[in-house]
Write a protein of this length. Structure first.
Length: 140
């Protein structure tokens, strides 16, 4: 599925469509170049699912834990700054990934062997007119 985001005012609608498409997927991987809008999209998704915590990129912490109003936990990872998969294992990423709680993962290419095979892939590409094309696919 492809979604076109031509204006930031549309991001909440796009987030809702992604949530509907995702169904019961718990591993959401976000791919795109630096500045493509991965964190901004995750923030919109968090708003749409009722996250009450402030959301931000966990660039230095590697993982942020958010809660919704029902006290359910959601995990947001940013692996941009890691040098190898061992760093991800050191924070216990595998325990998060197999917790059956939603995990939003930025820069999954840094830890390819650790990503569960069943996931929702969200790719963001800037087109020639500065629109963001958001492609969704499920890997079983």
């Amino acid at each position: 599925m492809e979604l076109k985001l031509s204006n930031l005012n549309e991001i909440d609608q796009i987030a809702k469509r992604i949530i509907d498409y995702a169904g019961d997927e718990t591993i959401w991987i976000f791919e795109g170049e630096m500045g493509a809008g991965k964190t901004t999209l995750i923030k919109a998704i968090c708003r749409a699912i009722g996250i009450v915590d402030e959301t931000s990129s966990p660039t230095f912490a590697l993982v942020n834990v958010y809660e919704n109003s029902s006290k359910e936990e959601f995990y947001h990872f940013d692996f941009f700054r890691i040098n190898d998969e061992l760093e991800a294992l050191d924070i216990g990423c595998d325990e998060y990934f197999y917790s059956d709680r939603p995990c939003f993962i930025e820069w999954p290419g840094k830890i390819p062997r650790l990503i569960p095979t069943k996931n929702l892939k969200i790719s963001i590409i800037l087109d020639a007119e500065s629109n963001r094309i958001v492609s969704l696919s499920k890997n079983e």
